[in-house]
Design a binder for this molecule. Sequence first.
Ligand SMILES: [Mg+2]
Length: 218
Amino acid sequence: MRLKCSMILDLAKKLLVLDIDYTLFDHRSAAESGLELMRPYLHDFLESAYEQYDIVIWSATDMRWIERKMAVLNVANNAAYKIMFYLDNAAMITVHTPKYGVVSVKPLGVIWGKFPENYNKHNTIMFDDIRRNFLMNPKNGLKIRPFREAHLNWEMDKELLHLSVYLYEIAKIDDFSKLNHRNWEKFIKKAQYKKEKRHKRDRTDNNEPKPPDSQPKL
Ligand SMILES: [Mg+2]
């Protein structure tokens, strides 16, 4: 299989693998332009992730569709971030499982095998709305909420915004295999709680005056 990568890779970066349909884009709704079907915060999400992660797009469709969608969404050739490469259904493998029968999955080993110096199970995370796509690498997958009915959900959907925070927080962790991505939302809450606690403590240590309580104590 061909994997074209013209970027100079930074050994410090981790790897983020992203599905397209229902993850970044609602491919089933009708619209005047594909842009209307883009998941909210997509560009902010990619720009923020790119600081600490190399980004790969992996969709179960074929390469022509991936290229077309990425061009319509302005993800291809974006000045704020780069996508390392795209993978399509040709890079998927078929496995037989008692639970699902015969299914196509996205084995991360395809990428790890090509870039053994850079990526492995300790520094890779993959987002998809279908859990069975991680079957070969269950610990590296995070099942996101699907983005459907773009017109109805556009204002409410903050999944990518919250996932940006998660990616930022876990980027400090050396070994992703210690994480359980099913608890990603709890992880963010805990990290934010810890941060607030630290700020409070620092303020007390510095003997700075505390801000007046805006709420009466009950
Ligand atoms: Mg999908």
